[in-house]
Design a protein around this ligand. Structure first.
Ligand code: ATP
Length: 437
């Protein structure tokens, strides 16, 4: 999407967005969502954006309010948001979420909120959130206190992908201070809700905001700007480092996405941890240092063992001398097969839809699809040589014509049967044969 390359958003007091950015954004996307809690920050964001839109652009704007059900006032917050949107004449969507039991209610609410955002957004859509400069400083401080690394110290990104491909989350107020936001709200006579939990100091962020930041500001009056600009520098450095790591890792990974550990064996422990961290970060997994060290230890065991490390969203596994991350959604794919179902569905679908209008009768005579390979030692060795991870093997389709094995997925084809071409990939619930010619 082109707007990712647009100049940084310049907003100043009275809060006005760079018109070029607004026009570029609305011309490229189908829907611009605003995450609206009903609080002052998101109300200002919504109001400021709406006041700069043409009627045509306004039709692309939609507001999303997440009802967490945590506060006794949650229903009245929802009605408040709805009324604000009615007055501004913009589309309003509310979504109720169920919180998962988690140690921190804050985390549970945030996770449920982002999941809801992801569910609602489709490609060519953008979600604007009202995090501002003070939020950024608090975030960096908070992460520093929790012992974060370079990625965490870069703070919240101005823009990142969210959910489906082509959907983005943007934070246009990161350069604006809370003081400026409140001043805009007073000037425009906005009404907003006060979330009672914002005063609760059992939540670390509130504790930092209320107790720690005021003391720091006595000595460092420009604390927020300084932290935010430091975070920006770290963000750039970290981006460069990640690109470098990604390029290098691509050279060390096999076609199944496994990282070849033999490249790491000569490196120091620090370097092994560095590569491991970046390999996992490329898969959107960020592990605390201690867990990362545990994974590293697990990997340095004997090669004939197949250790695995369970995470909430998948498993880190080693096969031969490669490390893989298998996300939960792929595990569903790899769950034991209902072979009858697959044989019936895949094969007929292939012949009906996979190869451009073939009809059932065109199935090569005597062709049979099977997911049983007989487990011959020769085959096992061959699959080992090809580095096919063991957990995929029972999901490889074997094509027989009469009793002769003529193809194994897209990995192998019998030289005497050049007309049999199988394209195979793991997709959705069932391994799919893409075409059989
Ligand atoms: N319940 C919600 N529904 C929709 N968007 C939300 C909700 N809660 C937060 N957001 C979005 O995420 C941003 C950051 O949330 P955070 O909880 O850090 O701030 P906040 O104190 O809720 O901000 P605000 O002053 O807008 O209430 C909000 O400004 C808003 O854009």
């Amino acid at each position: 999407m082109k707007h990712t390359h647009l100049k940084p958003i310049k907003s100043s007091m009275p809060l006005r967005f760079n018109q070029e950015w607004i026009d570029g954004l609305f011309s490229e996307v189908d829907v611009v969502w605003v995450g609206f809690s009903g609080g002052v920050d998101s109300h200002v964001l919504l109001h400021a954006i709406v006041s700069q839109l043409t009627a045509q652009q306004r039709r692309k704007l939609a507001v999303i309010h997440i009802h967490h059900g945590l506060s006794d006032h949650a229903d009245s917050w929802l009605s408040h948001c709805e009324q604000v949107c009615q007055k501004l004449d913009v589309r309003f969507v509310a979504k109720r979420v169920q919180l998962e039991a988690q140690a921190s209610v804050e985390d549970a609410a945030r996770n449920a909120r982002y999941q809801a955002f992801e569910q609602i957004m489709t490609s060519k859509e953008v979600l604007l959130l009202a995090h501002h400069g003070d939020d950024q400083a608090e975030t960096v401080l908070f992460r520093l206190l929790r012992g974060t690394g370079g990625k965490g110290l870069s703070g919240m990104p101005r823009m990142r992908a969210i959910g489906v491909e082509g959907a983005y989350l943007v934070r246009p107020l990161l350069d604006i201070s809370k003081v400026s936001i409140e001043s805009y709200a007073r000037q425009e006579k906005l009404k907003w809700i006060q979330d009672d939990s914002n005063a609760d100091e059992r939540f670390t962020r509130n504790f930092l905001r209320q107790r720690v930041v005021p003391i720091l500001k006595e000595r460092f009056p420009k604390m927020e700007q300084n932290i935010a600009s430091g975070a920006k520098r770290i963000e750039t450095d970290y981006l460069m480092l990640s690109r470098f790591a990604e390029r290098q890792l691509a050279k060390w990974c096999n076609e199944y996405g496994g990282l070849d550990l033999s490249f790491l064996s000569e490196e120091s422990l620090e370097e092994r941890l560095f590569w491991l961290r970046h390999f996992l970060q490329n898969k959107s997994i960020s592990l605390p240092q201690l867990q990362l060290e545990n994974v590293e230890q697990m990997l340095s065991g004997r090669e004939d063992r197949h250790p695995e490390f369970k995470l909430k969203n998948g498993r880190i596994m080693r096969h031969q001398n490669f490390i893989y991350f298998l996300p939960l959604d792929q595990e569903v794919t790899l769950a034991p097969l209902n072979k009858d179902e697959i044989l019936k569905r895949s094969f007929d679908e292939v012949l009906v839809s996979g190869c451009n209008g073939c009809v059932l009768g065109e199935r090569p005579e005597g062709a049979v699809l099977s997911f049983e390979n007989g487990n011959s030692r020769k085959l096992k060795k061959w699959l080992n040589d090809l580095q096919v991870p063991s957990w995929w093997r029972n999901h490889l389709p074997y094509i027989f014509i009469d009793t002769e094995l003529v193809a194994i997925g897209s990995l192998w084809r019998h030289p005497d049967y050049p007309h049999v071409k199988v394209e195979w990939r793991l997709s959705g619930e069932l391994p799919l044969l893409v075409s059989l010619e």
